[in-house]
Design a protein around this ligand. Structure first.
Ligand SMILES: Nc1ncnc2c1ncn2[C@@H]1O[C@H](COP(=O)(O)OP(=O)(O)OP(=O)(O)O)[C@@H](O)[C@H]1O
Ligand SMILES: [Mg+2]
Length: 254
């Protein structure tokens, strides 16, 4: 059953032709999204029939207990992973209609992603890690832009250091600087303040929301940090792979 669905999703053209981007105001639209994996105990449902949309420029916090599916959802939204069922439209493109290279290209053009585990390239310095997406995008002043970004996360002095020479929080900030490179339309960040002290965390949150405010970037942040979640326009809560009904923010605190 699962394999059949994956084949349908991967078969591309006919599926894409049949699908309708029915919410032009949304930069992300998710329909009937499910993810199952095989496990020794049988099929494991990680995400179960998720649906929502996110408007351009919105900031959204994804919250929920450990293991509730937050990182899995973020990976599916960014096209890093493929669903068992359902669809994600990202910037108007049905991700099921793209192959891996197509999804990588769309990410390079539109998306910044901060992994929970940072995933810096260990053989490159902090500066080179941040320069990489800029160079891949053909930016002639990649070095200057990357240095500027490192300065904004407070790490200009560490530009020549390799990831192994940086603390966890410093690596996280390099990963953020890399995600900011190229002014993404959508920034996905998995626990962006998870390894930071309160002061550095505040600075990073400010940076995230500056990107949101000044460049209209949409933010999708997985977080256990109630303060960060409260900064966001909206909270999506996962409970054991299912989306909880939205809690409506009351205008004026009413
Ligand atoms: N490839 C996989 N194979 C088997 N199980 C997986 C796989 N990927 C994720 N899971 C399981 O799916 C569940 C959701 O994982 P996920 O990483 O999305 O959780 P999370 O909400 O991000 O948790 P945390 O807050 O701890 O980071 C977990 O129980 C995890 O063990
Ligand atoms: Mg996670």
């Amino acid at each position: 059953m699962r394999v059949e669905c994956e084949q349908e999703a991967g078969s591309g053209v006919s599926v894409a032709a049949a699908s309708v981007w029915n919410n032009p105001a949304a930069i992300i639209q998710v329909e009937n999204l499910s993810k199952q994996v095989a496990s020794p105990e049988g099929p494991l449902v990680i995400l179960d029939d998720i649906g929502f949309s996110i408007a351009k420029g919105e900031s959204v916090a994804v919250v929920g207990a450990s293991g509730s599916g937050k990182s899995t959802l973020l990976g599916l939204l960014a096209g890093l992973d493929t669903p068992t069922q359902g669809r994600v439209w990202l910037a108007g493109v049905d991700l099921n209609s793209l192959d891996e290279d197509g999804r990588a290209l769309l990410r390079a053009q539109r998306v910044g992603f901060v992994f929970q585990s940072f995933q810096l390239l260990t053989g490159l310095t902090a500066l080179e890690n941040v320069m990489l997406p800029l160079e891949l995008a053909g930016q002639s002043d990649a070095r200057r832009q990357a240095l500027d970004l490192l300065e904004r996360v407070g790490l200009k002095a560490r530009a020549r250091h390799y990831p192994a020479q940086l603390s966890g929080g410093e690596q996280q900030r390099v990963a953020l600087a890399r995600a900011f490179a190229g002014n993404p339309d959508v920034l996905f960040a998995d626990e962006p303040t998870g390894n930071l002290d309160q002061k550095t965390g505040h600075r990073i949150v400010e940076l995230l929301f500056t990107l949101n405010r000044e460049q209209g970037a949409t933010l999708v942040l997985v977080t256990h940090d109630a303060e960060l979640a409260a900064y966001c326009d909206r909270i999506l809560e996962l409970d054991d792979g299912r989306l909880r009904p939205p809690s409506v923010k009351q205008p004026g605190g009413a």
